[in-house]
Ligand binder design. Structure first.
Ligand SMILES: [Zn+2]
Length: 323
């Protein structure tokens, strides 16, 4: 059994257990993304609060989380490590870059960032996977990439190309952000054409794409697809996500589907209380939602325990294990 990089060090793949494959412990797209902006005391209480949130989800059997925060969304691997140590949840952190951002986003991708070459990005991603992140010794276990709405920009193309090459050399998976349900198939095609192993690719945020041909095409190439925004009912609804999953399982694709929430446990500018208040109004964005509501809905539609186990345990393990 192969070993997986977690923030606490390598673990055997069979220790992963039930895994949420796209969540964020600490993530921000604002200027506050810079962890240096958080005071020592705020950081301490954030770590304790995050650990408390994770503790609560352990009652559902959750054992592991893949933190999908890329370098440029306020990634703070030492904070993640504190949270993992305090909660006992395995956390795999990511290298990689987010999609290109523009004027209408809360931050704009820097020109210097956009000038990075594929070789420079490849070197950075590979170093963070094999040697560690910023002198912490914490190694990334996944590469996160993203693309925009209806297009892959020149900058994003460089990020995906570097990620594919780093994937090929290190064996860790690539997980993706897609915008408004678009470009999922194009991402898979680009990554595979640059040498990435299709089995180590997970195309994300698929619930917003209701064209089943795209999903089937990605999975027929050997790739995985993620319905990883359960509880965020903006671009689509949970019912529609469930309908797509049930349909795809029905025609034999259970071994290529993974579920998660894209939840942000600590986001500067919001409080845990404010997010709990959303939950009280029926907004189901939380780390418990899949266990409390989605899995029961799937079971009601006839999906077996064995298939739930495939999607929550076996598929994440197969994606993450360098076998
Ligand atoms: Zn995310």
């Amino acid at each position: 059994m192969s070993e997986i990089n977690t923030v606490m060090g390598p673990i055997s793949a069979d220790k992963l257990g039930i895994t949420l494959i796209h969540e964020h412990i600490h993530c921000s797209q604002s200027e506050q993304a810079d962890s240096a902006c958080i005071s020592f005391d705020e950081r301490k209480s954030a770590a304790a609060e995050c650990a408390r949130v994770l503790e609560e989800v352990k009652s559902y059997g959750l054992a592991s989380i893949l933190d999908a925060t890329p370098i440029d969304l306020g990634r703070d691997v030492e904070l993640i490590k504190e949270v993992s140590a305090a909660s006992g949840i395995n956390i795999v952190c990511s290298t990689g870059f987010y999609r290109e951002t523009y004027e209408h986003d809360s931050v704009i991708t820097h020109e210097t960032q956009k000038r990075k070459t594929v070789d420079e990005m490849y070197e950075l991603f590979t170093r963070e996977i094999t040697r560690g992140i910023e002198g912490t010794g914490i190694k990334a276990g996944a590469i996160k990439v993203g693309t925009g709405n209806g297009r892959i920009s020149e900058y994003e193309r460089k990020v995906l190309t570097a990620a594919a090459r780093a994937q090929k050399d290190t064996g860790v998976p690539i997980i993706t952000h897609t915008e408004a349900g678009t470009m999922g198939l194009e991402q898979a095609e680009l990554l595979i054409s640059e040498g990435a192993d299709p089995k180590r690719i997970m195309i994300g945020h698929r619930g917003a794409d209701t064209d089943l041909r795209h999903h089937i095409n990605v999975m027929d190439k050997g790739g995985n697809i993620a319905f990883d925004r359960f509880g965020i009912e903006i671009e689509t609804t949970d019912a529609l996500r469930e309908a797509i999953i049930i349909g795809l399982i029905g025609i034999g694709y259970a071994d290529r589907i993974i579920m998660s929430h894209d939840y942000i446990v600590n986001q500067p500018g919001t409080t845990l209380e404010s997010r709990k208040a959303w939950k009280a109004t029926g907004f189901n964005w939380s780390l418990e939602h899949i266990f409390e509501n989605v899995i029961p809905a799937l079971k009601k539609a006839g999906i077996t325990d064995d298939t739930i186990d495939t999607m929550t345990v076996k598929n994440p393990r197969r994606l993450l294990a360098r076998e």
